[in-house]
Design a protein around this ligand. Structure first.
Ligand code: HEM
Length: 146
């Protein structure tokens, strides 16, 4: 049950953050200012799914990590604080600032600077969450894997 909740929450987090990242790139490249503002607003709503799913993944992962002390499990545990801090201190504030600027039509240098920071931080989290997903399935198949 714990593993199921953990796996589902982890996959929701992965799908949400990859959707944010891809839709940001696509709308910045091909969308109008109105479309950009809409995506920024939807990302704020999407945070209501991403944040609880990451919290659930982290808590259930922490419990699973107490039972599984393999090298893969320890590697997953080490990635989690980076994912959480990056999300809390870079991705969430960036999403709020970008939504504010876009909803006021302020596509200034500040907007593109914050947008670049958000894309880089998002790519880091996407990479780490993907690595944790891959290692998670490996651990389910071979619990004592190193
Ligand atoms: C964003 C972070 C994480 C994601 C996306 C993630 C994802 C996953 C996924 C998809 C599975 C496979 C579940 C299944 O087979 O149904 C899994 C299993 C597992 N995860 Fe995570 N995980 C994350 C964080 C953590 C953390 C911090 C730990 C702590 C060590 C952890 C420990 C484990 C363990 C031990 C398993 C194997 C459970 C078992 O089969 O008994 N995970 N994870």
């Amino acid at each position: 049950m714990k593993t199921k909740i953990h796996g589902i929450a982890g996959m929701v987090a992965l799908l949400t953050i990859s959707t944010f990242w891809m839709s940001t790139i696509l709308v910045e490249l091909f969308g109008s200012h109105d479309a950009i503002a809409l995506v920024k607003r939807l990302i704020i709503w999407g945070m209501c799914l991403l944040i609880p799913s990451l919290i659930a993944t982290g808590i259930s992962g922490g419990l699973l990590g107490k039972e599984n002390k393999s090298e893969l499990s320890r590697r997953k545990m080490k990635r989690m604080p980076i994912i959480a801090l990056n999300g809390l201190f870079i991705l969430l504030p960036s999403a709020i600032v970008l939504n504010y600027l876009a909803s006021n039509g302020a596509y200034s240098n500040t907007f593109y600077l914050v947008q670049s920071l958000e894309l880089i931080a998002g790519a880091v989290n996407l990479f780490l969450i993907t690595a944790n997903t891959k290692d998670g399935f490996q651990l389910t198949k071979h619990p004592t894997n190193s």
